[in-house]
Design a protein around this ligand. Structure first.
Ligand SMILES: Nc1nc2c([nH]c(=O)n2[C@@H]2O[C@H](COP(=O)(O)OP(=O)(O)OP(=O)(O)O)[C@@H](O)[C@H]2O)c(=O)[nH]1
Ligand SMILES: [Mg+2]
Length: 134
């Protein structure tokens, strides 16, 4: 039994309704695929704190408002993740990949054109069914 890795994931909504995606660096798990920015929740940290920290570290924005989107548990052969996924409906700063990641704003109905980790299919469906529009 491997333990579940708790991950805070942000679906960042731009003013025009598009969503920010970033390309995972090649050397990481699921390298080269697109993702929603975020990362592991550390000991003693709430998921909201982790989300705020990760989005500052990875894409240089300050989170100002979030809403719950979905929680996806997925078993990869090498690990099991719980993707605790939140809409980011307000933020300050201009997103840019601080770790060298390519970033891109994408319309909701174009998310299907990008290759994400396998766990993300369920997130994309939740986005496409969500009434949140910013
Ligand atoms: N951030 C993020 N992680 C995802 C997504 N989908 C998905 O399966 N994951 C998986 O969640 C796990 C943890 O995410 P991460 O690698 O971003 O964690 P992190 O930023 O803390 O990285 P670090 O361990 O290098 O410090 C990875 O195994 C990653 O493949 C996604 O959309 N966004
Ligand atoms: Mg990360």
């Amino acid at each position: 039994m491997s333990k579940v890795i708790h991950v805070a994931v942000g679906v960042i909504l731009g003013r025009d309704g598009r969503i920010l995606i970033a390309r995972r660096p090649d050397h990481l798990h699921m390298g080269g695929r697109w993702e929603f920015p975020g990362g592991k929740v550390e000991a003693g940290e709430s998921v909201q704190e982790a989300l705020t920290r990760e989005l500052r570290e990875e894409i240089a924005i300050d989170v100002e408002a979030i809403q719950p989107l979905t929680e996806i548990r997925h078993e990869y052969p090498e690990k099991t993740v719980l993707l605790d996924t939140w809409w980011v409906t307000a933020f300050s700063g201009e997103p840019r990949g601080l770790e060298g990641q390519e970033t891109r704003w994408v319309a909701r109905d174009e998310l299907d054109h990008y290759q994400f980790p396998d766990a993300n299919q369920a997130i994309i469906e939740a986005i496409q069914h969500s009434k949140v529009t910013g």
